[in-house]
Design a protein around this ligand. Structure first.
Ligand code: C5P
Length: 401
């Protein structure tokens, strides 16, 4: 279903435009909000009034309407949508999209958008088969534009062949499939830990480490973008909270564990935080003073192991528990041992020897250690590691338990 999805429907000029009225209804029935842009050509076939009545929204028609630009610029129009759909997509608008022309509102919106675009071609069979149209389609597809149809059949012009616009129900199905494919984790809950922990010595001093939180934050963001309801339990970092993620800020390891346990149940837990192994057993209530007696002796206590605790939870163990292993030598062997010891499903092992620049840096060299063996991933950015992990997690959760 399409609840909460915002679709910007661009109706260009073709006899098939009447089917777009039906498309608006089908999309609304599935729960989507639809906003329409009508090209000058499109307005020869359907009226702004009918589109507006069916979408229950204003219809945008003219690039240079001063009020529209003041209220909602063409850039905002495309940014506010989750998906742009052009139906019918004429040979002309496909050519404009390929060339990057921007001489009316519809083409300008395509050039300005940062969202996925779906085109539903409708045209005469000769126009469809013309090498110019086919070359344009190839270019658009190589840029990631999704093409739906066309179908074969009788045409309004009396000819027969490929070029009929896909039926509204087929288009609505393609749109639903698009959102499902881009959100394979929808309906799932994810828990991610990130950053260092701060272990107090006294009210002003603490023990910490150099973790930046970049990897954990990127993982939370990648899981959330795939539709998981994601909680990020983060130690102190300089990073902004990732969009669309529920962030709980904590300082110490014990607070991090408590926040994690509170946010269970989850389908997947990724422990990317660099949790301090030890804390000061009795943090002082007042600031420690230099009293001439030499430096204080700090008695240390062991911190809870969050990863091991989540992996061992009797009733609330997430189905997929993932940990990290930062190693400076024998990376994979140590990671395999860690996987067993901590009882987690996967370990992402990375080489953090100083010469790699991993800790606090942009890139990561990772080995994925699972029950089935080891996968060596090429050196890539931390956000690419996050994307790949989220993809793998979605596949793992798809398979029946
Ligand atoms: O034992 P080590 O610190 O090398 O293990 C690293 C993995 O365990 C990481 O996934 C880290 O987030 C997790 N961990 C934890 N709680 C601790 C220590 C490590 O969750 N106290």
């Amino acid at each position: 279903m399409l609840h909460g999805k915002r679709i910007l429907l661009i109706v260009s000029g073709g006899i098939a435009a009447y089917k777009s009225l039906e498309l608006v209804r089908r999309l609304r029935e599935r729960g989507a909000a639809v906003r329409c842009v009508l090209t000058r050509g499109g307005a020869q076939f359907v009226t702004p009034l009918s589109l507006s009545a069916l979408s229950e929204d204003k219809v945008y028609t003219d690039l240079f309407s001063l009020t529209d630009e003041a209220e909602m610029g063409h850039i905002q129009l495309s940014r506010d949508a989750d998906l742009l759909v052009v139906a019918p997509a004429t040979a002309d608008i496909l050519a404009k999209m390929t060339q990057g022309l921007a001489d009316d509102l519809a083409s300008t919106v395509f050039l300005a958008t940062d969202k996925d675009v779906m085109a539903v071609p409708a045209m005469n069979v000769r126009m469809w088969e013309h090498p110019a149209t086919q070359a344009n389609l190839q270019t658009l597809q190589s840029r990631g534009v999704h093409i739906v149809g066309p179908n074969e059949g009788d045409m309004a012009c009396g000819e027969y062949g490929l070029g009929r616009m896909a039926e509204p129900e087929e288009i609505a199905d393609a749109i639903t499939d698009f959102f499902q494919a881009s959100a394979p984790l929808s309906g799932r809950r994810a828990l991610v830990t990130s950053g260092p922990t701060h272990e107090p010595i006294d009210p002003v001093r603490y023990i910490a480490n150099r973790s930046s939180g970049r990897q954990g934050h990127a993982i939370a963001s990648a899981l959330a973008r795939r539709g998981a309801a994601t909680t990020l339990v983060s130690g102190p970092t300089n990073l902004p909270d990732p969009a669309g993620v529920n962030v709980i800020h904590v300082e110490s390891a014990r607070d991090m564990l408590a926040a994690c346990e509170k946010s269970l149940p989850a389908d997947i837990a990724v422990c990317a935080a660099a949790v301090a192994d030890w804390r000061v057993a009795q943090a002082a209530d007042e600031k420690l003073k230099k009293n001439g007696g030499g430096p204080p002796t700090l008695e240390m206590a062991e911190n809870p192991d969050i990863l091991a605790t989540l992996a061992a939870a009797a009733n609330t163990r997430p189905r997929l528990v993932v940990g990290f292993a930062a190693e400076t030598e024998q990376v994979v062997a140590h990671a395999q041992a860690k996987r067993e010891r901590k009882g987690c499903d996967w370990i992402l092992a990375n080489d953090v020897s100083p010469e790699t620049g991993t800790f606090g840096g942009e890139d990561n060299t990772v080995h994925l250690v699972t029950a089935d063996g080891v996968e060596n991933w090429p050196r890539m950015s931390k956000s690419d590691v996050a994307e790949r992990l989220a993809e793998r997690a979605a596949i793992a959760l798809e398979t029946p338990e």
